[in-house]
Ligand binder design. Structure first.
Ligand SMILES: [Zn+2]
Length: 200
């Protein structure tokens, strides 16, 4: 195999979710398309790497600092939503259900994969939570084992924010809208019971 193709394959295989077969498919695709198309991809990677930095306020990737969300005066600065990844933030944004600000952890606790609390940026989070205008921090980690562990670490860090009352909440969980009870798994049903709310 040509050395340069070998190198391309090696880089592609390092991408998440790409095995040797997908890498080969992508590499041959990139060699087949016109120069302009393949090089546009290389340029897009270079430009994104040059322009995008984490927002120093919410840690979401952005081209300006602070990011457009953090500098939007129409957003509710008393409420912070803590999410694991930028894609979670984008999903919440798309729902239109939230008008507060975000904090992106950028990782989830995973002792088995060697991801510890240092990766979560909890010092930055507590600094932000300690800001005068913040009244509530809602933990929006995923409802699974690692998300629950991450939520515990976030809660413990927030408990160290002294000085004034800070409400710490977690997103409700349970049955999806339109989901039929008979089709839910046991943990979704258990969560639904645990998170049950009064109906006046
Ligand atoms: Zn931001």
């Amino acid at each position: 195999m040509p050395e340069s193709l070998d190198a391309l394959l090696a880089h592609l295989e390092r991408l998440p979710g790409i095995g040797p077969r997908s890498a080969a498919r992508l590499a041959h695709h990139l060699l087949r398309v016109p120069d302009t198309e393949a090089l546009a991809l290389a340029d897009a990677i270079r430009t994104a790497r040059e322009k995008i930095r984490p927002c120093t306020s919410c840690r979401a990737p952005a081209e300006v600092n602070p990011c457009p969300r953090c500098s939007d005066p129409a957003r509710d600065r008393t409420l912070l939503l803590v999410v694991e990844a930028p894609r979670d933030m984008h999903a919440v944004e798309a729902s239109g259900a939230f008008r507060g600000l975000y904090f992106v952890l950028g990782a989830r606790l995973s002792p088995l994969e060697g991801v510890d609390e240092a990766a979560l940026g909890l010092d930055e989070l507590t600094r932000r939570a300690a800001a005068d205008e913040v009244r509530e921090v809602c933990i929006g980690t995923n409802p699974d084992l690692e998300g629950d562990g991450t939520a515990l670490a976030v809660r413990a860090a927030l408990a160290r924010v002294g000085g004034r009352a800070l409400r710490v909440t977690r997103l409700a969980r349970g049955l999806p809208t339109g989901g039929q009870i008979e089709h839910q798994n046991a943990s979704a049903l258990a969560d639904a019971f645990e998170g049950r709310q009064s109906t006046r």
